[in-house]
Ligand binder design. Structure first.
Ligand SMILES: [Zn+2]
Length: 308
């Protein structure tokens, strides 16, 4: 972690605790009842009281070559590290009442069918996401379809689903592994190219007096954000082809108090110490500072926690 970047993930302390450590005045806002933990890539755990909501959990992190000059090998076989996941589940470090899927790609969806089976969690995603997960063996009665626009209330927390967009890269601003499929248990995905994007959703989770908004790709639908005022927004680096990617986003959200980086680490490496493969984190930090100087830029290490 570099100087100037929040290190609270390393200390496991929330905003209130960090403020006390820093000798902040007593007027500092009390910590909320919502705690975030980063599981690498766009994997987030949102804890609200006894409830846990996971977004795009992918502890397995197999090697694909994504960050090499050749890019990800589309024939990379899909695999789930059950031993690793069981270890977290059995020690009570990982649980879920809901699992929210932003899109179908391997670094977001691969572990969800097994996690759903082990936790009994309700899983939200588009028809394509649910189809891919059903074909991978997810318990079908736990799959709940979403299209964006849903505002759902559960015991102690609410989930707002937003239409969103996937990152578009290269000179032609193209989406990787694009496409959709209808609901089917057939055609089990075998390699990463089988996991189609299938539409992209963003999620705002609220409860415990706070709210967090997550984007699993570096793009968004601005009109979907009207009136949203999350305490924390989770933003991936990138967005080079998106007009005013960071300033337009933060303006639409009323300059959130916390902007936390997501999807910035090299996921060819196992969970441990997060490594930025291409300097995207620093570019994002500067863009946030320029667009919304009042926002605090938060960077967690793997399994680091943050309470807004
Ligand atoms: Zn993707």
């Amino acid at each position: 972690m570099e100087t100037g970047i929040s290190r609270r993930g390393l200390f496991g302390a929330g905003a209130a605790a960090a403020a006390i450590l820093a000798g902040a005045p007593a007027t500092a806002r009390a910590a909320s009842g919502l705690t975030l933990r980063w599981w690498g890539n766009n994997g987030w755990e949102v804890r609200i009281g006894p409830k846990t909501i996971l977004i795009d959990p992918w502890p397995t992190r197999f090697k694909t070559g994504t960050y090499t000059s050749a890019g990800a090998d589309p024939r990379t076989p899909l695999s789930v590290n059950r031993e690793l996941i069981d270890g977290y589940l059995d020690r009570g470090l990982l649980r879920a009442d809901h699992i929210l899927v932003t899109h179908g790609h391997y670094d977001h969806l691969t572990d969800v069918p097994y996690l759903a089976q082990r936790t009994g969690a309700t899983v939200l995603g588009t028809e394509t996401h649910l189809s891919l997960m059903a074909a991978l063996g997810a318990p079908e009665d736990q799959l709940a379809i979403a299209t964006g626009g849903e505002d759902l209330t559960f015991d102690g927390y609410s989930i707002r689903v937003l239409r969103a967009l996937h990152s578009a890269t290269g000179t032609r601003a193209r989406v990787a592994f694009p496409g959709t499929r209808t609901l089917s248990r057939r055609d089990r995905p075998r390699v990463i190219a089988d996991l189609l994007e299938g539409g992209t959703l963003a999620y705002q989770v609220s409860g415990g007096g706070a709210s967090v908004l997550d984007f699993g790709g570096s793009n968004y639908v601005e009109s979907e954000l009207a009136g949203l005022r999350p305490d924390v927004v989770l933003v991936p680096p990138g967005g080079a082809k998106v007009t005013e990617y960071v300033p337009r986003l933060l303006r639409a959200l009323g300059n959130p108090r916390y902007v936390a980086a997501t999807h910035w680490d090299d996921f060819d490496l196992p969970l441990g110490r997060a490594h930025d493969p291409n300097g995207g984190l620093e570019v994002l930090r500067k863009a946030v500072a320029a667009a919304s100087p009042g926002s605090e830029f938060v960077v967690l290490d793997h399994l680091g926690e943050f309470t807004p």
